[in-house]
Design a protein around this ligand. Sequence first.
Ligand SMILES: NC(=O)c1ccc[n+]([C@@H]2O[C@H](COP(=O)([O-])OP(=O)(O)OC[C@H]3O[C@@H](n4cnc5c(N)ncnc54)[C@H](O)[C@@H]3O)[C@@H](O)[C@H]2O)c1
Length: 316
Amino acid sequence: MAFVTFGLQQTLSVRRAACARTCAVQGAGRPGARRSAVSTTATRTLRMSEQPLIDLRGKKALITGIANNKSIAWGIAQSLKQAGAEIGITFLPMNEKVESKVRALTEPLEPTLFIELDVQKPEQIQGMANAIETQWGGQVDVFVHCLAFANRDDLLGSFSKTSLEGWNTALSISAHSLCTTTAALKPYMKPGSSVLTLSYLGATKVIPNYNVMGVAKAALESSTRYLAHEYGPDGIRVNAISAGPLRTLASSAIGGISGMMKHVEATAPLRQAITTKQVGDAAAFLLSEAASGITGQVLFVDSGYEIMGAPPGVKE
Ligand SMILES: NC(=O)c1ccc[n+]([C@@H]2O[C@H](COP(=O)([O-])OP(=O)(O)OC[C@H]3O[C@@H](n4cnc5c(N)ncnc54)[C@H](O)[C@@H]3O)[C@@H](O)[C@H]2O)c1
């Protein structure tokens, strides 16, 4: 997605070609007059095409949640870079290996900020805000919250047996952190800034094994709406993407992810599993001025799976 202008460019070149044909026929005998009228139109249309629809040039985008090249956040980071954003990366400081792995992966995006962030540690959330102040001149236009965690035990057993500790861990890391991180960055966000988080269908429908993560995603989607309401008057938008199932480090903890992917491929209207690039491109749209009238929404990027009430092919 080298700026999302293909549709427009194509329309314009078709128009230009039609224009040239008309000129060749109608302009016979009066070449000067026809050529100037056509060239004015062409100049106007060319100027239009210089303005990409998804344009994040001049925007500083801070992205959380890159663990490896399968991460949804990695797909988003690439799309935001292609749309022209300056990139900042946070990584979960589990060990030195993680840091060097994420650093090597993201190097081609030329991040101008690279900082640790464990959302369970208030001092690291404050450290993120300090880095925006000292390294990015107190400006952040785009924030991508793309992280979640639940104890594996709470994703396998009976939902009714979820421990309080497991419940608190899942909701604190996966939902409450949207509030704490966004609140810490808010002082550095001008009108026109935008926040995005990642949800899943398990927020509103039962997905076997998703268990407490479903509750966490329901809280996350609700938080998206309340934050959108709170920050809207300051011109800051907050949205969520509900992505279809993808094989990542986080999803490998949830039993049956491969089955879900196959199910989506077989039954979703588009009959295809989704890719991190598709999520990334939709994220670039939602985070750009092209979506300036959209806030508090959950956009499904799932090949249309969510609209289905029964599998295709069900007959009487
Ligand atoms: N993979 C899917 O099928 C799918 C579908 C819909 C939504 N999502 C959501 O997308 C988001 C990204 O997940 P992913 O599937 O790309 O997996 P992933 O494992 O690549 O990313 C999860 C990220 O969360 C980070 N994280 C976990 N605990 C953290 C903490 N305490 N502080 C800071 N970061 C922490 C990890 O470091 C990791 O980078 C999650 O919110 C997930 O629920 C995933």
